[in-house]
Design a protein around this ligand. Structure first.
Ligand code: G3I
Length: 505
């Protein structure tokens, strides 16, 4: 967390008229008689139409109707942190708050982001634990909620403050060892709590056949630069981590707590930074968004509503930016209430929309701009895959084994995993070569009626509804025997029961 927060002065905003909703039970249904081009009237509906989720951080005592009405994703603000749920031996305790949140999300068709497994702060009984104990906790936490958690923050805030680009020098990072003294922790002989925690998490997800994606999350990593054009070394360090550990990391979270700290401002290279991570093949999320309403030294935009617009636009303009989460509902209930950084005023279930709300809704309703496909090929990890450390203290997770993954005799096969929310979905397709290498591939699948692809990454696409064809791009057509590559696409509607058919050559 930042230590140098300052109180800001208010800026008055004018609210635009609120739009009309038709509520049915706990779900929000936008009137079906509205013309197709009509603007959506909730954040979640507008986001779904643009092909992304729009989420909120929540606590069990604040599960007011607005949560399911406006948001399609939920992050427990505090209830899944180790200081709430971990025992000193890596077991689980006090999960009732987290269970309540997961159940609420499920009954409101919201995705859940688990937050968080490995963090220097709020570690509770895990403070000072060994990697083996962390691994035990990782296994227990992931298996408790399984695929009900779409995204887990496996590692949170691993990098130092003040734009040094270094890892923190406090537990758990004190377990790190740079074996050959070359200044990084990426070598096979090094010890890196990040790498080893991701390896463990990946092992658990694969053993359980889970669709859960594994993320790294941090703050002050949003732009390519910080104030004054200085390179954002913290963002660069995060980029190196994701590039080196790409095989274990599925998604990157930019916390996006924007304030007057020189390293925490909104810069006009936010979109370019999102894009370079996306080009590594990971999903990017804005995970904890709040914007100081008196952000006076930002490089772009003016005023809070305008700043929200800029951030939402930067995400919309990158196909692999698949979700935005605000860190709370209203200013008065925010961890930074003095900055009035959120989209609503009011409290205790009675909320008023701010100008920032209307700006976000309007920007979401404009949808994604056509984007050029990634031009930078994903960089091959400089470190060969390491053997996942086996934790003898942890029994294998009590889950059904994943379906057999025997590659076909020749050609290729494809499997799809889906993360869905009301009105939208993200699909990840894994293409696996058979017993011979392939030099190109195409995957055909038929979407259910009403589903439309809005964007795709790491593949060329023809068609957007009905039967849709994807084929390799320049850098991922060659796949060695038995090896895999992945592409993704995002869409609106429902996409259950997809059966991809892969052809090689
Ligand atoms: O619930 C207790 C209450 O019973 C007690 O009386 C009170 C006294 O201090 O404390 C309450 O707990 C507080 C909790 O928030 C709930 O309000 C904790 O002290 C306080 O430390 C905790 O702060 C949270 C902080 O993380 C530390 O975990 C904030 O709510 C939460 O918004 C913040 O979230 C973090 C993300 O996890 C990571 N990124 C930064 C972000 C903002 O700091």
């Amino acid at each position: 967390m930042h230590s140098d927060l300052r109180h800001r002065r208010k800026v008055a905003r004018t609210a635009l008229p609120a739009a009309v909703l038709l509520l049915m039970g706990s779900a929000v249904v936008v009137q079906s008689s509205a013309p197709a081009a009509a603007a959506e009237t909730t954040l979640r509906a507008a986001a779904a139409k643009a092909g992304l989720f729009f989420g909120v951080a929540a606590s069990p005592n604040r599960l007011y109707p607005i949560v399911g009405q406006e948001f399609s994703q939920l992050t427990p603000e505090n209830d899944m942190k180790p200081d709430r749920i971990a025992t000193s031996s890596g077991g689980l305790q006090n999960t009732s708050g987290a269970d309540t949140l997961v159940n609420h999300a499920q009954s409101n068709n919201m995705l859940v982001r688990g937050h968080t497994l490995v963090w220097h702060s709020q570690a509770g009984a895990l403070q000072g634990a060994s990697q083996a104990t962390l691994n035990t906790f990782i296994g227990n936490a992931i298996n408790r909620w399984g695929s009900r958690i779409a995204y887990w923050d496996v590692v949170n805030e691993a990098l130092e403050d003040n734009n040094t680009g270094r890892r923190r020098n406090q537990w758990p990072h004190t377990m790190n060892r740079d074996a050959n003294g070359d200044g990084d922790f990426f070598d096979a002989g090094d010890t890196d709590v990040m790498r080893d925690s991701f390896i463990r998490a990946k092992q658990v997800v694969q053993a359980g056949g889970l669709t859960t994606k594994l993320c790294i999350n941090d703050y002050d990593v949003d732009g390519l630069t910080v104030q004054g054009g200085t390179p954002n070394r913290k963002a660069n360090a995060l980029y190196d981590i994701v590039r080196n550990y790409r095989q274990y990391i599925d998604c990157v979270g930019f916390q996006a707590h924007f304030n007057d700290n020189p390293n925490s401002i909104i810069t006009d290279d936010l979109q370019a930074n999102i894009q370079r991570f996306a080009d590594l093949g990971v999903e990017v999320h804005i995970t904890e968004l709040d914007i100081d309403d008196d952000l006076s030294n930002n490089d772009i935009g003016a005023g809070q509503a305008e700043n929200y617009r800029k951030v939402v636009r930067a995400c919309l303009n990158v196909a692999q930016c698949t979700g935005i989460t605000v860190w709370g509902i209203s200013d008065s209930e925010s961890w930074r209430s003095s900055e009035r950084g959120l989209l609503f005023t009011g409290g205790n279930g009675s909320y008023q929309k701010k100008a920032a709300y209307h700006a976000v809704l309007d920007e979401l309703n404009k949808g994604r701009n056509p984007t050029t496909p990634p031009t930078t090929p994903p960089v091959t990890p400089s470190v060969p895959p390491t053997t996942p450390p086996v934790d003898p203290t942890t029994p294998p997770p009590p889950t059904t084994p994943p379906p057999p993954t025997t590659p076909p005799a020749t050609g290729c096969s494809a499997t799809v995993s889906l993360n869905s929310w009301t009105g939208g979905f993200v699909a990840t397709v894994r293409v696996t070569a058979g017993t011979a290498p392939i030099s190109g591939w195409s995957v055909q699948l038929t979407l259910p009626s009403g589903a439309t692809v809005t964007n795709a990454w790491n593949a060329n696409r023809s068609g957007s509804s009905g039967t849709v064809q994807f084929s390799n791009v320049s850098y991922n057509g060659s796949v060695n025997a038995g090896q895999s590559t992945e592409f993704g696409f995002q869409g609106v509607g429902t996409a259950t029961g997809l059966t991809p058919v892969c052809s090689a050559g």
